[in-house]
Design a protein. Structure first.
Length: 584
């Protein structure tokens, strides 16, 4: 998503990061309390490690003056600045190959700040280290002394992972518009393959086993923003042929390859890798910032954004800012907020070529004014599993969709989505398959939503707005519009030539339409086996005519629509060779 212009101006004071910005889709359309705490890791009085105590020599404590710079009062008083001792311990662990730094079951106070990985904040988690505490009892609190005065939207993070940069593609870029150096042409690549070949085989010796690499759809230019790309690790080099640890997410005809591991002279100072935060409550203006890192694990944590710090005097960016993460796991965390200014924010999830990510059993957001307006990602993310999470959205006028996970290859299953008010932004909806310019649609697809529950209030909008990305599956979900709420559509399917399955869902609306399908062309879409009910609806299932006849297929079969609609099915099959049978 694009940078807000007023954020850019603040970077000289406190380094910021791009926000998930709303894109009003109206121009392209014809329709204008926190959950229960996460399970403690180890439990009260137990080990901070969910797998039991670490082996001897595998962990050190921030309270041990032997490694923390001689501080004997760490995490004992709110007047004591715990930041220097904790950072010293983290650095010692990273420099000496110690994988775990333990925190006490107490409050620890950040009463000072520093440059941490290119952004103003309190703690930098260095490579190869997991910071581990006792869930529900270990807390890192950023005080007013732990952040500088800020008057116009800046990021002051409590924990930083990786090094803040706009994107890896900025390696070797000139100060003026022009091509960036350190990238080498590849022969055409194929999605699903782990093998790439250099256009000039003599450049093979520039790459080595274990190197971190990046691939972009073209040679990066200084003026580029977010490029379609992919990051991985080299596992073999043979001449000009390079084998990667991961399967490519997309195919490109003229890609370029860069070596991040040797890119220090090209503007890459640090690559985050093998980093964890477990069993810790983190509270501040921005609890955690993560950028350009491999193998990141967050488990049994609470990350609390204080949205009251966004006001006329202290306009700190509160929302998550997580970009370019590869092979990450977020399990049993809470990403929540306090205060009264949360609804202004649209929360970025992992984007900018983030891939191979697992989100499971997390709580994202809270209901009411403290909660962020929306949660979403796109910017060429790929290979994401998002399962068994609770998502809370809070409608505001400048956000289009409450939740969108625009990616290539994604599974969104067994989650529950809530909204605390009516989603009424023109052209929006509670859930969208993508929020991006239509020109970016071909780089996203193969997304499956299954087993989810959507508690919907969408006013004159859809509960679910699907742009019909290729390979889209919306199967076996429940959409419920409770009494006192409303929606215009349960599901709206539109725009893209549709290779989409809307099958075996249960949809309950108060009024309006259950499923409304107007894809621009047919490419194998189905609306089969759904049960659609209403209190006082218009049509259970509606299919509009095809404006671009092209001989594709479609199917509307075995659907059940209740008498709560004026008409069960309304099908205009002009130019649509649909199979229609057994709809009631």
């Amino acid at each position: 998503m694009k940078l807000l212009s007023r954020i850019v101006a603040t970077l000289t004071l406190c380094a910021g990061a791009p926000l998930f910005g709303a894109i009003n889709l109206a121009a392209h359309t014809s329709w204008s309390g926190v959950a229960a705490k996460a399970t403690p890791l180890g439990g009260a009085g137990g080990s901070a490690d969910d797998a039991g105590p670490a082996s001897p020599g595998q962990d050190i404590a921030v309270t041990d003056p032997t490694h923390n710079g001689g501080d004997t009062a760490v995490c004992t008083s709110s007047s004591h600045d715990d930041r220097p001792a904790i950072q010293t311990t983290l650095n010692y662990a990273s420099n000496n190959g110690i994988p775990i730094v333990t925190m006490p079951g107490a409050n620890c106070y950040m009463n000072s700040y520093a440059d941490v990985g290119g952004v103003t904040g309190n703690l930098q988690i260095p490579n190869g280290v997991t910071l581990q505490g006792f869930a529900a009892s270990t807390k890192i609190l950023q005080t007013s002394l732990g952040r500088p005065t800020c008057t116009d939207l800046c990021t002051v993070t409590v924990i930083n992972v990786g090094t803040f940069a706009v994107t890896w593609s900025k390696m070797g870029c000139p100060s003026a518009p022009g091509p960036c150096t350190g990238y080498y042409p590849l022969n055409p690549t194929t999605a699903g393959s782990k093998v790439v070949s250099l256009g000039n085989s003599f450049q093979g010796p520039l790459f080595h086993i274990g190197d971190y690499i990046t691939i972009y759809e073209h040679q990066p230019q200084a003026q580029d923003d977010v490029l379609n790309g992919f990051q991985s690790i080299v596992i073999n080099v043979s001449g000009g042929t390079i084998t990667l640890a991961d399967n490519l997410a997309r195919s490109w005809p003229n890609p370029y390859l860069g070596n991040l591991s040797t890119g220090a002279s090209q503007g890459i100072a640090h690559i985050g890798h093998d980093i964890g935060v477990k069993g810790i409550i983190v509270e501040g203006a921005c609890p955690i910032l993560m950028t350009e890192s491999f193998q990141v694990t967050l488990q049994n944590d609470e990350f609390i954004s204080d949205t009251d710090l966004y006001d006329s005097n202290h306009q700190y960016i509160s929302v998550p800012q997580w970009n370019s993460l590869v092979h990450y796991t977020f399990a049993s965390n809470q990403f929540i907020s306090t205060g009264i200014n949360g609804n202004w924010w649209a929360a970025e999830m992992t984007q900018r070529n983030s891939g191979f990510g697992l989100w499971t059993d997390n709580v994202l957001g809270v209901a009411g004014p403290a909660g962020f307006g929306s949660w979403g990602l796109s910017e060429f993310a790929y290979s994401i599993t998002f399962t068994s999470n609770q998502v809370f959205t809070n409608p505001v006028s400048d956000q289009v969709c409450g939740f969108n996970l625009g990616a290539q290859n994604a599974t969104i299953s067994n989650n529950t989505f809530h909204t605390s008010g009516s989603w009424s932004t023109p052209g929006g909806g509670l859930i969208c398959d993508i929020v991006a310019l239509p020109s970016a649609y071909p780089a996203h697809g193969n997304i499956t939503y299954s087993g989810n529950t959507v508690i919907c209030n969408a006013s004159g909008n859809p509960c679910v707005a699907l742009q019909a990305l290729q390979g889209l599956r919306w199967d076996a979900n429940v959409i419920e519009v409770p009494s006192g709420s409303s929606s215009l559509f349960g599901i709206l399917l539109q725009y893209y030539p549709a290779d989409t399955q809307i099958d075996n869902n249960r949809i309950y609306v108060q009024g309006g339409f259950g499923i409304y399908a107007i894809p621009s062309a047919d490419a194998g879409w189905t609306i089969n086996g759904n049960t659609v009910t209403a209190v006082n609806g218009v049509t259970g299932i509606t299919v509009g005519p095809n404006p671009n006849p092209g001989g594709g297929s479609c199917s509307v079969q075995n659907n059940m629509s209740s008498s709560g609609f004026s008409a069960s099915v309304s099908l205009d099959l002009t130019n649509r060779p649909c199979t229609v049978a057994n709809n009631h």
